[in-house]
Design a protein. Structure first.
Length: 427
């Protein structure tokens, strides 16, 4: 690494922006994104994801553009674009391959640049798909004129402890020399150090199993939640008792959304199926977690309706983001919960003070209620944003006399905000 090392980060979302800002402290760094609105808001020192505040954006030397031609030649190109699944839960590599073509058009002979992917993929994508595409577009030879690397992103939206400048970064490179160059780069970013993976494929595999493991563990807890509900047992009571054992894994039930845990296992399962393996456990976990919203809606419906199975309710759904205290709507399973309630005949209003109303409408066709004023039969605390939990009492005043509170994450326990005698459903 030399003082004039130049880096271009492609994709400035939850992963790319924090990384680019961190890199800009040590290197000339450019941020490239195809979303003109995103670049415009960042130039106004506003980050809609809430990951980087205005002061840090103002102080950063990061250069922003939507035009690849405006970027100078670089030593490192780091790809941090989304890798979603399609409607059939198959990997959708369209965005990462489009970014690859963009990088291919930017590579120059003689520079010997390193292209590092942070986007989550199944093992083999970087070398077997991206490398050849970079060669095709650039006319250069991979391993001679440019080189490949992979460093899986570990951004946890809303997490102020495990940030990109503190975590251990797994890294890999096409050659030992490239690996050391990547190590030097990321060691300038994080105080957590780097872990040199044995190969690019090993690094790719590490990322998908990190999230698949969490997915499977949550699926187990969701399954026992459904079992214990048949026994009139609260899973929270059971988990509190079991959690006193020193090696008990403390996972909680809930809706599993977001861009990582709810998506990455499908990437591994897809590749496994291509290789003739049957990923039974991975897909069983996904099936359990993807079906959790439907189960919650049906169980709450039966609890509220009682003997009158046809009884419908006016429902206030609190929270739409995929997790608490973030505005991130990607793969939100609350949208599935809303659809499940609507499928049972209920009318649902959705309120989330953190998310973008236009984005909610665009992504899910849901019009958010900015300030709920109606009377509701059911109030569902789906996402326990701090703002919602700390002032929950204002919502209980809008509950019908025979209505009920639904607390998906047991966030109201011990808060004193649910009056004695009020009907309360928890898992």
């Amino acid at each position: 690494m030399v003082d004039n090392t130049r880096v271009i980060v492609i994709g400035l979302g939850y992963v790319g922006l924090p990384l680019a800002v961190a890199l800009a402290k040590s290197f000339e760094t450019w941020g490239l994104d195809v979303d003109t609105g995103r670049i415009a808001e960042l130039e106004r020192k506003h980050d809609r994801t809430g990951e980087i505040d205005a002061d840090r954006l103002t102080a950063s030397s990061l250069r922003l553009t939507t035009d690849p031609a405006a970027c100078p030649d670089a030593d490192f190109y780091i790809v941090t674009v989304p890798t979603p699944v399609d409607a059939d839960n198959r990997p959708d590599l369209g965005i990462v391959m489009a970014a690859t073509r963009t990088v291919g058009s930017m590579l120059k002979p003689g520079r010997r640049s390193i292209v590092v992917y942070e986007s989550t993929v199944y093992p083999g994508v970087t070398e077997d798909l991206c490398g050849p595409e970079l060669e095709r577009i650039s006319g250069l030879v991979c391993g001679e004129d440019f080189f490949l690397g992979y460093s899986p992103e570990r951004i946890n939206p809303g997490d102020r402890e495990h940030t990109v400048d503190r975590i251990t970064k797994v890294i890999s490179g096409q050659t030992p020399e490239v690996l050391e160059a990547i190590a030097d780069l990321y060691n300038k970013v994080t105080t957590g150090g780097v872990f040199r993976a044995a190969s690019i494929k090993a690094a790719e595999a590490a990322k998908v199993i990190e999230n698949a493991q969490r997915d499977i563990n949550i699926a187990f807890v969701n399954e026992i939640t459904q079992i214990f509900s048949k026994m009139d047992l609260s899973v929270w009571d059971v988990l509190a008792a079991a959690g006193t054992k020193w090696n008990f894994l403390k996972f909680e039930p809930g809706l599993v959304g977001g861009h990582c845990i709810g998506v990455d296992p499908y990437y591994l399962a897809h590749r496994a199926t291509e290789l003739g393996c049957d990923p039974r456990i991975i897909l069983a976990g996904r099936d359990m977690n993807d079906g959790m919203a439907t189960w919650v809606a049906k169980d709450v419906h039966d609890w509220h309706a009682g003997a009158d199975a046809a009884r419908v309710a006016k429902v206030l759904m609190l929270g739409l983001a995929f997790k608490q205290d973030v505005p991130d709507l990607r793969n939100s399973k609350v949208a599935d919960l809303v659809a499940a309630f609507q499928g049972l005949g209920h009318q649902v209003d959705v309120h989330d003070p953190l998310v973008s109303a236009p984005e909610a409408l665009h992504e899910y066709g849901l019009e958010l209620v900015a300030a709920p004023v109606d009377v509701y039969d059911l109030i569902v605390l789906a996402v326990p944003h701090r703002e919602l939990v700390e002032d929950f009492a204002r919502f209980t005043s809008q509950l019908a006399p025979d209505g009920g509170i639904v607390d998906l994450k047991n966030a109201l326990a011990g808060s004193g905000q649910v009056p004695d005698g009020m009907k309360l459903w928890t898992m």
